[in-house]
Design a protein around this ligand. Structure first.
Ligand code: DQA
Length: 146
């Protein structure tokens, strides 16, 4: 399908990419990464809108509003992955498929990162491939929707 519209959501602390624990998350900034993903999308005739927030309720609202225009959502929920029933309910409440993604392999890290409140209501999960997790997630979403 051509002309897809996707939302890229980034949660708390992802605005700090580039300086935040670069040994885990890399040295690229969020705007650099988002631009690269947007270019990847544009090459496939996909429009990518992006939104980052450190505030749980704003992410909930972005998910709710996406039901009005988006064909799919790719999302790095940051630490809200492990805690947010509100985001889970927002995802459950819309018909739009969501791919959860993580830069790091959360399963190889602290035990509290092994649990996701969100995975069970997502189309799928990609974790552990560094910045490539974003590209793999968008590719997975495009394939699912095509
Ligand atoms: C993360 C993993 C989370 O556990 C963490 O809280 C983040 C980033 C990742 O991309 O690897 O903020 O989602």
């Amino acid at each position: 399908m051509i002309g897809l519209k996707l939302l890229l959501l980034n949660g708390p602390n992802l605005n700090m990419l580039g300086t935040r624990e670069p040994e885990i998350y890399g040295s690229e900034t969020l705007p650099e990464l988002v631009n690269a993903v947007r270019g990847y999308a544009a090459d496939r005739d996909v429009e990518l809108r992006d939104y980052q927030s450190n505030i749980e309720g704003e992410l909930v609202t972005a998910i709710q509003e996406a039901r009005l225009w988006a064909d799919g959502i790719l999302m790095n929920p940051g630490a809200y992955t492990h805690t947010s029933i509100a985001m889970r309910d927002a995802i459950s409440g819309i018909d739009v498929p969501v791919v959860e993604l993580h830069i790091s392999n959360v399963h190889a890290r602290e035990p509290f990162r092994h649990k996701s409140m969100l995975s069970g209501v997502c189309l799928g999960v990609i974790a552990g491939f560094g910045r490539d997790s974003y590209f793999l997630a968008i590719e997975a979403l495009i394939r699912h929707l095509s």
